[in-house]
Design a protein. Sequence first.
Length: 276
Amino acid sequence: MSSSITVGDYEISIIDDHIGTTRKPLQVYPDVPESAWDPYRSFALDETGSWNAQWRGHLIRRTDGAGPKILIDTGMGIGPHEHTGRNGELLDNLAAAGLAPGDIDIVVTTHCHGDHIGWNISDGKPTFLNATYRIAKNDWDFYSQADNVNPQFDASIRPLKAAGNLELVDGVVELARGITTYPTHGHTPGHQCVLVESGGETAVVTGDLFHNVAQVTEQTWCPTFDWNTDKSTTSRKGLLARAQSENWTVCSGHLASGKSMGKVVDESGKSVWHAI
């Protein structure tokens, strides 16, 4: 299965950070009965009936080396992480892709949850020191309110403003030729995906639009982490419908390594995930 794909003039590569915590379905989807998982157990859950959400980023760069180097999300951070005792590996895997933190020109945050912003700051300074960090204005406005406590936001987003590396985006914004933000509000107030269109091909980096492969079929299933389930369902249905009808490649935020890039296809009238 793919760890990178080519979309016209661009390459999109997975930059894994760390394996997430092990969870049972009812912990994440409390409104979904245990029996509803039966058709999906063989591929959506492990042998214990659980699954681990992978923490990762995605790197977008031109195949000819020109243009900006864009990192989508920065994982959970250095660690060591309590559930494994190991550190995050995003910077190591970025180095394996041939880049240092200073080579990144743009960091796009799909949303301001801790497992997507963890490497933003190192030793009190922007990790990607030459980058502009693009954060959705709706997320900034929401988590900046005193009532919406988010320690990870305070540690990994607020310092970017003081450092002068923060740029708020609102709606569809062009990041580079053929690369735009794609608002998908609901998981958080400002959740956004990133659309890549080049050479007649399209791919989308989806952040937390869906967490488990079963949601590609069961598009009304919402994790407990969603800020507004009506909006997240509308966003999920809308994007997955386009991905299916227009043959987009989907780069997911949390599906297992080796199976996280794929297509949404029709099988007997149902939308299903086909990893590539």
